[in-house]
Design a protein around this ligand. Sequence first.
Ligand code: PLP
Length: 429
Amino acid sequence: MSDRKPAFETQQIHAGARPDPATGARQTPIYQTTAYVFRDADHAAKLFNLQEVGYIYSRLTNPTVAVLQERIATLEGGVGAVCCSSGHAAQIMALFPLMGPGCNVVVSTRLYGGTITQFSQTIKRFGWSATFVDFDDTAAIEAAADDNTRAIFCESICNPGGYVTDIPAVAEIANRIGVPLIVDNTSATPYLCRPFEQGAHLVVHSTTKYLTGNGTVTGGCVVDSGSFDWSASDKFPSLSAPEPAYHGLKFHETFGPMAFTFHGIAIGLRDLGMTMAPQTAFQTLLGIETLSLRMERHVENAVKVAKWLEADPRVEAVTYAGLASSPYRERVERLYPRGAGALFTFALKGGYDACVKLVDSVELFSHVANLGDTRSLIIHSASTTHRQLNEAQQQAAGAGPNVVRLSIGIEHIDDIIADLDQAMTKATA
Ligand SMILES: *Cc1c(COP(=O)(O)O)cnc(C)c1O
């Protein structure tokens, strides 16, 4: 092999995988085992001391999951990744080494509804808190940070509105205040957005969505760029100070740029136990093989649907950032040159009642709480995924009562538009 760095399309098929050393199997086998036989007592002791890297128990590491971790880390341009049981688990796994009681994270108001609930309610039980701000107002992000801030968190392309974040502008603030920027790259995928190249330090994914791509398994992943200096301040003792659970080992000093990844496995998965199953990793590996092809078609179809909706007199507004009329057009051209994804909302004339009738009238579209499937999906966010929020939070998140969210699939464009057309006719009759 030459030193040539393979392109994304090649890496999405090959990164992390090699013919199975035991059998030569070309496709990555599902290592359906909980434990691994130690060579001898000394080998076992070294593994448990983190003096040697290897397999102990599948709550921590598994060879099928390891291939997926390397695949996603490679596609994101990171140094390491830890897979876990869901996107929500990945968010906790990403914050866990950074936070402690009394610490806070500054987050965008434009987030997946479940994430808004996790951050505004559930993390309080750990003594953590989140401060929500409009990420178009960079001065407000900086003003929201204080001495107890340990991270900044946003989505690249935001669920549900399709709003796009200016990651370099937010990363600049993160660097200035000395905390990592975590980007949820679920809706964009590394094919449309590579947050590390724009200055982010950590990436989280719900692999449930586009990475798997076919609506079969839930999973999550935390990816580390390896670029954050955990020892530059005393803010991150889990990574920089002696770890009592490993005889005083210092993760950053010992593992360098791999500190966050090793901590995620050796502490995060070991003690929180939010592990991805090997069968899940296998399904997601199959999906990732076609990621670039699917994303190209998702985007192509989304542009056509958004343009068609924008020109339709039954429609009040379309949020798609990929439209020429979008206020985010310049940002998309600069930061998301391959397109603004396939997720957006639109407002139908007739408000809430028309929206509810619309989701009840679709035939090809599926009315489900998911996104990033090959199938076209529709949901009325305000009455479902963003139901736990008050109306001000819904509006700030781009999920007001008068809009429906579309996740445009890769079916034939004529069939997608025909279905929306017939359902809109019924909804606005
Ligand atoms: C779905 C989703 C999540 C949560 O992921 P799960 O796999 O459902 O836990 C987080 N962020 C975004 C942007 C999502 O779309």
